[in-house]
Design a binder for this molecule. Sequence first.
Ligand SMILES: NC(=O)c1ccc[n+]([C@@H]2O[C@H](COP(=O)([O-])OP(=O)(O)OC[C@H]3O[C@@H](n4cnc5c(N)ncnc54)[C@H](OP(=O)(O)O)[C@@H]3O)[C@@H](O)[C@H]2O)c1
Length: 331
Amino acid sequence: MKAVWYEKKGPAAAVLRHGDFPDPEPGPGEVRVKVHVSAVNPTDTKARGGWGGNVEMAFARIIPHQDGSGVIDRAGPGVSPARVGEAVWLYEAQLGRASGTAAEYVCVPSENAVRLPDGVSFETGACLGVPAMTAHRCLFQDGGIQGQTVLVAGGGGAVGHAAILLAKWAGARVVTTVSRAEQEETARAAGADLVVNRKSEDVAARVKEFTRGAGVDRVIEVAFEANLDLNRAVLKPNGVISTYSSGLPDSAPRFVFSPVMRQGLTMHFVLVYVMPREAHWAAAREVNAALEAGRYRPHVARVFALQETVAAHEAQESGNTVGKILIAVAR
Ligand SMILES: NC(=O)c1ccc[n+]([C@@H]2O[C@H](COP(=O)([O-])OP(=O)(O)OC[C@H]3O[C@@H](n4cnc5c(N)ncnc54)[C@H](OP(=O)(O)O)[C@@H]3O)[C@@H](O)[C@H]2O)c1
């Protein structure tokens, strides 16, 4: 099969190679998927780049990418052969494994291949994995949010966009922050009720005005330390911050205990890879329900070919793109 891989960590152009790779065979409990679309996430580019000093290779050769979509073409021992031919979206394809979705075939545990609802494109399917599951966990870890007001920091980002889509699907009012016109457009299209430019506007004042002074119930946060004071200012008593990123490599936030305690705040630190299995299943179920209702429409920035994976990684790392970076593996 054709695949993209690396044998040492470093810049995309220096370490990514494209060429022929042995076809994988599914082991017990696994399915083999003919990949149609692979997706790039920051987790993939950081792992490849050795970000944070993590320069050890977990495997001698790594085919990157956690997320993707395609069609099951083989079922391993213990998996119902009825799954062969099923269109699926993939999550955590490369977690603890050497081979992800930047290849014509990938083998994953059967449960990591989720049925792609009828009529949903492979492009949409490839956008789900990391962003949708992270957003789902951040939003619903404490139960339903119908009628609540949620502040999504960075609504133009992949996870932020997913959080807007899922929060609106669940019946919440959504306030979000952006820094550029293109992000604003994307956030509005996702259904955000209020979009605030965090660079040119007073976010706290706009949120207070929008909520008639009440504040928000929950914050989904991409830059925990940078926005902590803002979040404390706009959260209702007993509000929740669910954060999935510090925004800085070695962030060491400090806050004074008493005022935070007096607000009764809850802080969740979310890492998609350590979500309980049941939380993954719930996310997959509910994301599929939103897809079936036509309410989950990811924003795609650009689609590259497999042999253009270097450019795809560089586009992800540039921070300039708005929306998902995808790779069309099967055309
Ligand atoms: N913990 C987990 O399980 C998990 C899961 C997924 C992602 N992540 C991490 O979360 C981060 C975002 O991932 P992503 O895929 O959503 O990336 P992305 O598509 O590049 O989006 C990042 C967004 O964050 C915004 N942002 C940056 N600083 C901000 C600030 N101070 N306030 C508000 N918004 C800000 C950016 O907007 P600007 O252009 O305005 O800067 C951008 O829209 C990455 O570091 C990724 O590794 C963690």
